[in-house]
Design a protein around this ligand. Structure first.
Ligand SMILES: Nc1ncnc2c1ncn2[C@@H]1O[C@H](COP(=O)(O)OP(=O)(O)OP(=O)(O)O)[C@@H](O)[C@H]1O
Ligand SMILES: [Mg+2]
Length: 393
């Protein structure tokens, strides 16, 4: 539609090329290269302060990069003013105009740009978020989730080639949040625009996005489809930030062409060579809690199975669908085991001696080490250092 000037009917690629952002005395973005294909739902996931909002502000044109270029639909927009970019942003605080009706809120931007059929387009956007039946209400007469949907309609109505969402569900309670996640995903598929969604909620990122980029300290540590990141994390940070992991410090002790054998305290932990970042010396390997099985007797030795133990159960938490066991194993951090409650009641009790087994093929080998403090938050690492110091004394 020609009268939508810079605004699009379909999504556009976003490319960040060698982006760096330095504030006086602080580098918020170290070096980010990123390509988001048109029409995809991309999530930028990371802890507070890692540079997510800064990245969005750079794309929106609210900040200038210190280095690097930003391309939207193949066009270099680095030097364009924010309103010239085919981008809309939904912020966490969505600030609707309180004195205007829902319909007027959504039509506002179109009217200001003197676009024909603003009212009809606003109704259409409100139908998309299923609020058209209350389009004459004022924002104060809506629930938080409904206001959030109005904010979304207000952004989508402009048909931005690229929609930026900065923790847009942050203000909602958990149940509504989960519901909105599904709706947002559905809307994205319906309108076919490119969504760049920022969140620190790993479940949110995994359920919604086609591609997740895990960001840490101004860098992207790993990027991929949610299941791929979950099953094969490459760093300690990703292994712990995206779900939980059990990590073991091991020593490589040979192997075959396809399998690497390692030694953990006298037990053999094997993994596929194709699933490890390193294959010599001291390395860190991991396995997800739901991949582990508990045994009350030492399990039979089997080539494709890793066994560690004995250890002792120190905690049993019954969660309904599953039971979460904490097992203390000499030479490792506490190990978490998630077991589905197929039988009634927990299969083992606190204090029980147990062995753990898992398929060797579920093991992953990391690029860095378990004890690197990078994996811990500032608070935790100070605590860890303090307790290590206490142990050393
Ligand atoms: N204008 C600024 N001047 C100096 N430092 C800044 C400025 N804006 C942001 N920063 C710093 O850059 C880092 C990244 O900030 P950013 O807002 O991008 O984090 P975030 O990942 O969005 O975090 P959150 O999840 O808490 O919203 C932070 O350490 C922040 O203090
Ligand atoms: Mg932020």
């Amino acid at each position: 539609m020609a009268n939508l000037n810079s605004f699009a009917e379909s999504g556009a690629d976003l490319e960040l090329v060698g982006i760096q952002k330095r504030f006086p005395g602080f580098t918020a973005i170290e070096n980010v290269d990123l390509t988001i294909p048109a029409g995809s739902f991309f999530a930028l996931l990371g802890p507070s302060g890692c540079g997510k909002t800064t990245t969005l502000r750079l794309v929106a044109g609210l900040e200038d990069p210190t280095e690097g270029r930003i391309l939207i639909g193949g066009r270099d927009v680095t030097d364009l003013k924010p309103h010239k970019r085919p981008v809309n942003t939904v912020f966490q605080s969505y600030a609707l105009f309180p004195h205007m009706s829902i319909l007027e809120n959504v039509a506002f931007g179109l009217r200001r740009r003197k676009i024909d059929g603003a009212t009809e387009k606003a109704h259409e956007a409100l139908r998309l978020v299923e609020l058209d039946h209350i389009s004459d209400r004022k924002p104060a007469q809506l629930s938080g989730g409904q206001q959030q949907r109005v904010a979304l309609a207000r952004a989508v109505v402009n048909r931005p080639a690229l929609l930026l969402l900065d923790e847009p569900l942050g203000a909602l309670d958990l149940k509504l949040r989960r519901q909105m996640q599904q709706e947002l995903k559905q809307i994205q598929q319906e309108v076919g625009l490119t969504f760049l969604h920022v969140t620190h909620d790993q479940e949110e990122a995994m359920t919604m996005a086609d591609t997740v980029a895990v960001m840490n300290k101004g860098r992207i540590e790993q990027m991929g489809a949610p299941a791929e990141l979950y099953e094969l994390p490459r760093t300690v940070f990703v292994a712990n930030f995206l779900g939980q992991s059990n990590l073991f410090s091991v020593t490589v002790a040979g192997g075959t062409e396809t399998v690497l054998h390692t030694d953990f305290n006298g037990s053999r932990i094997s993994l596929l060579r194709s699933r490890t970042e390193r294959n010599a010396g001291e390395i860190t390997v991991g396995v997800r809690p739901e991949k582990l099985r508990l045994h009350r007797e030492p399990p039979a030795v089997d080539a494709g199975v890793n066994v560690v133990g004995p250890g002792r159960i120190t905690d049993v938490s019954f969660i309904g669908v599953s039971t979460q066991y904490t097992v203390s194993i000499p030479g490792s951090d506490d190990v978490q085991v998630f077991a589905q409650n197929v039988e009634a009641g927990p299969a083992a009790r606190e204090g029980d001696e147990v062995w753990l087994s898992w398929l060797a093929e579920h093991t992953f080998g990391l690029a860095d080490d378990r004890l690197d403090t990078g994996a811990l938050t500032a608070d935790l690492s100070t605590r860890a250092i303090a307790s290590q110091a206490a142990l050393a004394e």
